[in-house]
Write a protein that binds this ligand. Structure first.
Ligand code: PLP
Length: 403
């Protein structure tokens, strides 16, 4: 246990690179949907490490997998066959429309691999086509290439010059995508729902229309399911909800409930990597893939995506009732257990701070939007408890219910 007298915030301010702002809390322990700070205060966690702790904190499935694997084999590199990696690979292939997989440690790295795959595919199969069409307000990671693919200028400007070959169009706009396509286009890279962009859910016909356009133009469709995948949206993968199949898909966040692990998956026809093309020292090591294997298996065997789809109806109904009664709430959007409550004013940071004081962790994904992404296995009572706290804070802010 940490000494509560140690001023970790002061230490951080001296020794840690400041790349963002933190909530004023030192978290030391977690169990299920709750975490505790160094003063013993507990919080209900509706953030889950950015939609990552899919089975909640320290779930026995993850703890046992890590403990057992840590005593068996932690790391040997991809120069050797290892069992957990291939078990997870087989499981993901059996339950998705994709044929082959490669593991990495973060979502950004998985997207880098997807981008390299598309570039090589264009070079070999489409006369050197190299351009990738991405969307405004998208998020694909923080490496130099993935900030270039992402649709937020603020993340890119300090780091120019950026790699060439990325084009941006508005999300949810097939016509713009058509206009941007040329014989140089090798791929379209999209999130099925834009997570960091503010939980932007496209129209039902958007992804099917993009899929048809990619087929017509012989362009790969890469879906970044880093945030939406592994049950988050009420299906194992969000592409299922759109009734389409991507050529390439990336996964990370929820795949191992907090253990660093990511994956790029590809159909056979574009799995063009040959020996020497890609690699990773840690990527898919036995410790991480054992956790991933047990988490994904747990999610599938316990039909957690169906439970999440059920929760979606409950959350939607709770949030729409808030929209009706609370002037500060302008709307709600989301799928499964990935939601944003939108506000009529840019007060998301204040609401997050007040919720934190009352023992609820939520995230101001935009200045006017609060993201909710609790653990996929959160019990209904805790889901309702957290929504009650949020509702109370929103009501207060509005100065009481609507007349
Ligand atoms: C979080 C996220 C990433 C980046 O993942 P990291 O593990 O932080 O590199 C990429 N794409 C999407 C859609 C994400 O939500």
């Amino acid at each position: 246990m940490t000494e509560p007298t140690t001023d970790w915030r002061e230490i951080e301010s001296r020794v840690f690179m400041r790349t963002g702002n933190r909530q004023p809390v030192v978290l030391v322990r977690g169990q299920g949907s709750r975490v505790w700070d160094d003063e013993g205060k507990s919080y209900l966690d509706f953030f889950g490490g950015t939609a990552t702790t899919s089975l909640g904190h320290c779930h026995p499935t993850v703890v046992d997998a890590l403990a057992d694997q840590a005593q068996t084999l932690i790391h040997v590199s991809n120069l050797f066959y290892t069992v957990p990696q291939l078990q997870l690979a087989q499981l993901l292939i059996d339950h998705s429309c994709l044929d082959q997989v490669y593991f990495s440690n973060s979502g950004a790295e998985a997207n880098e691999a997807a981008i390299k795959l598309a570039r090589k595919w264009g070079r070999e199969k489409k006369n050197g086509a190299f351009e990738i069409i991405c969307t405004l307000d998208s998020f694909h990671g923080r490496t130099l290439t993935t900030i270039t693919a992402s649709g937020t200028d603020r993340y890119k400007e300090p780091f120019a010059p950026l790699p060439p070959g990325f084009v941006h169009v508005p999300y949810n706009d097939v016509e713009a995508l058509r206009q941007a396509t040329s014989d140089k286009t090798c791929a379209v890279l999209l999130e099925p729902i834009q997570g960091e962009g503010g939980v932007i859910v496209p129209d039902d016909d958007y992804l099917p229309a993009v899929r048809r356009w990619c087929d017509e133009q012989n362009v790969l469709l890469i879906l970044d399911e880093v945030q939406t995948g592994i049950g988050r949206c009420g299906a194992l993968f969000a592409y299922e909800l759109a009734g389409i199949e991507p050529d390439v898909m990336t996964l990370a966040k929820g795949i191992a409930s907090g253990v660093p692990l990511a994956a790029v998956l590809s159909k056979d026809h574009c799995a063009v990597f040959a020996p020497g093309d890609h690699g990773s020292t840690y990527g898919g090591n036995p410790l991480a893939t054992r956790a991933g294997y047990e988490v994904v298996r747990h999610i599938i065997e316990n039909e957690i995506p169906a439970k999440v789809a059920d929760d979606e109806r409950y959350v939607e109904q709770r949030l729409s009732s808030m929209e009706d009664r609370i002037p500060a709430v302008s709307g709600a959007r989301g799928k499964g257990l990935l939601w944003a409550v939108t506000l009529s004013q840019p007060l998301a940071a204040d609401i997050v701070a007040t919720c934190l004081e009352r023992g609820l962790i939520v995230n101001n994904v935009r200045p006017d939007a609060i993201r909710l992404c609790p653990a996929l296995n959160i019990p209904r009572e805790e889901l309702s408890e957290g929504l009650d706290v949020l509702e109370g804070v929103l009501l207060e802010l509005s100065g009481g219910p609507a007349k």
